[in-house]
Design a protein around this ligand. Structure first.
Ligand SMILES: NC(=O)c1ccc[n+]([C@@H]2O[C@H](COP(=O)([O-])OP(=O)(O)OC[C@H]3O[C@@H](n4cnc5c(N)ncnc54)[C@H](O)[C@@H]3O)[C@@H](O)[C@H]2O)c1
Length: 469
């Protein structure tokens, strides 16, 4: 072949490669292929609608609450609310009368007034329409979260939604837009951010103990084999049978996003996801549902990049026998934190504040700090929220107390007219991982842009703040 022809072929080849890499190609779905990346449609903000960043509502002296979804998770919340001052439980709603009756008994035992009962698939509407309710607390199956939350906000109620708040990118936008339009709080009930180790580490991270955090890890690895039969109408296995990707990312993802100040001076830019084939999930679904296909992988791994150049790895596995773990790991330029399977730190000289290091203690930059150093640091960096409420939280309980800390903070912020610890953008960012990771996996781990649910405002707040009066 003549040299000139070869040259033309090479030029043509690179032209095609460049075209494909830079093209903006519709997919026929709610995303496009743009510059080598999958980009989901981002609706622009409707005129008159404003950001909810830093939003604070009028103080509510007595928070009047209605609970919707009283299966395995909901009753624990009802119980915890009986231990919070300045709360009235106005309504209890579920598909099953039985579940409502159990919670009524709980109120009676706590010497609280009876709540109004709502039973049936549409009964939540009546509860949301009540004038004397401020907060709707949702603990139904996942697909009911957004329809109920939207209805509640449209009827003037603040909402708190169990995890994940939403099941698709489109549902995330619905929460953001409804919250912005109605000026109602929409908080996802991500309890793991209030766990004792995580909140202490957040405090350390905010005080620079780990230097600059470069990499973080989180997971939901929990063999649900003993529980599959307990979900109402088999909703969870049914959802996983139909959905690929990390469908339950928020427990692992939320705490590390907080440590990285996501949408408070930093943002998630894109992710890639790779998953295994389904073996155990398919086996369970075959025997329980009589199906031959199962979309959710036995083990799903997602890597997310941030604007400030950090990486986050999250994993999901609810099918194989192994110890339960949320991982929780922070890797910084000057230190390291790890929660599972052993809580431990690597600290380096000069990073802990004065007086924390026990007399004569030496730090090892390639090993865990001694128990003496670890315990001294855990005590010195205990988060002010835990200093205030830890004892009561441990008495009331709920995953060792973190659930009570969450409910307590939600009510405290509402009572005092403060911004909530988790806003609607957290709910959207942490929940959207489900569909985004599924889409990456479906396209051979192609990068997927993470939507900016703040619509350009991710750099307006600097750092995460838990507000107090
Ligand atoms: N944060 C945590 O640690 C944690 C732990 C467990 C569960 N969860 C979350 O809690 C939620 C509920 O999970 P679960 O384990 O209790 O499931 P579950 O199946 O035991 O309970 C769901 C309940 O919702 C009710 N429900 C469904 N549709 C309804 C409707 N339209 N109106 C009223 N009630 C309705 C059902 O009757 C059922 O009682 C899920 O979002 C789950 O992810 C969170």
């Amino acid at each position: 072949m003549k040299k000139t022809n070869l040259f033309k072929i090479i030029v043509a080849f690179f032209a095609v490669v460049m075209f494909v890499a830079c093209a903006d190609v519709p997919s026929g779905e709610n995303y496009r292929f743009k510059d080598g990346m999958i980009v989901f449609d981002e609706p622009s903000r409707v005129a008159g609608q404003e950001s909810m960043l830093g939003f604070a509502a009028e103080p509510i002296h007595t928070v009047r609450v209605g609970f919707i979804g009283l299966g395995m998770r909901g009753p624990g919340a009802v119980n915890r609310f009986t231990h919070i001052e300045g709360v009235e439980i106005k309504g209890l709603c579920d598909l099953e009368q039985n579940n409502v009756t159990k919670c009524q008994t709980m109120l009676e035992r706590a010497s609280k007034p009876k709540a109004e009962e709502y039973v049936g698939p549409e009964a939540y509407k009546e509860l949301c329409e009540r004038e004397d309710v401020d907060l709707i607390y949702i603990a139904t199956d996942w697909v009911n979260h957004v329809p109920i939350a939207v209805y509640a906000m449209e009827h003037g109620k603040h909402v708190a939604i169990e995890v994940p708040a939403a099941t698709s990118v489109e549902e995330c936008w619905q929460l953001v837009d409804t919250s912005e339009r109605t000026r109602r709080h929409c908080m996802m009930l991500e309890n793991c951010v209030y766990d004792f180790f995580e909140l202490t580490c957040l405090n350390m991270a905010q005080q620079g103990v780990f230097g600059e955090i470069l990499h973080a890890e989180g997971a939901y690895i929990h063999n649900l084999e003993p529980y599959w039969n307990s979900y109402h109408g088999n909703w969870r296995l049914d959802f996983n049978q139909k959905h690929r990707g990390d469908v339950y990312a928020t427990h692992g993802f939320g705490p590390v996003c907080q440590a990285l100040n996501i949408h408070r001076g930093n943002r998630l830019t894109y992710l890639v996801c790779m998953d295994t084939k389904s073996v155990n999930g398919l086996e369970i679904a075959k025997s329980k549902m009589g199906v031959d296909e199962f979309a959710n992988a036995d083990h799903t791994t997602t890597l997310v990049k941030t604007e400030l150049g950090q990486t986050i790895e999250i994993q999901h596995n609810v099918y194989t026998p192994r110890p339960k773990t949320r991982l929780y790991q922070l890797t910084g330029t000057k230190g390291f934190a790890n929660k599972y399977p052993v809580q431990g730190f690597t600290f380096t000289d000069g990073m802990l504040k004065d007086g924390v290091l026990p007399e004569g203690a030496r730090l090892n930059p390639h090993g865990f700090a001694s128990d003496e150093v670890k315990n001294a640091a855990l005590a010195a960096y205990k988060h002010p929220i835990h200093q205030e409420i830890e004892e009561k939280a441990k008495q009331v309980g709920g995953h060792g107390g973190m659930d009570f800390v969450m409910d307590y903070r939600l009510v405290y912020c509402l009572q005092n007219g403060l911004p909530l610890d988790q806003d609607v953008y957290d709910a959207a960012e942490w929940s959207c991982i489900g569909e985004l990771s599924a889409t990456s996996a479906k396209h051979n781990s192609m990068p997927v842009a993470v939507p900016d649910f703040t619509r350009g405002d991710w750099n307006k707040l600097q750092g995460l703040k838990f507000h107090t009066k």
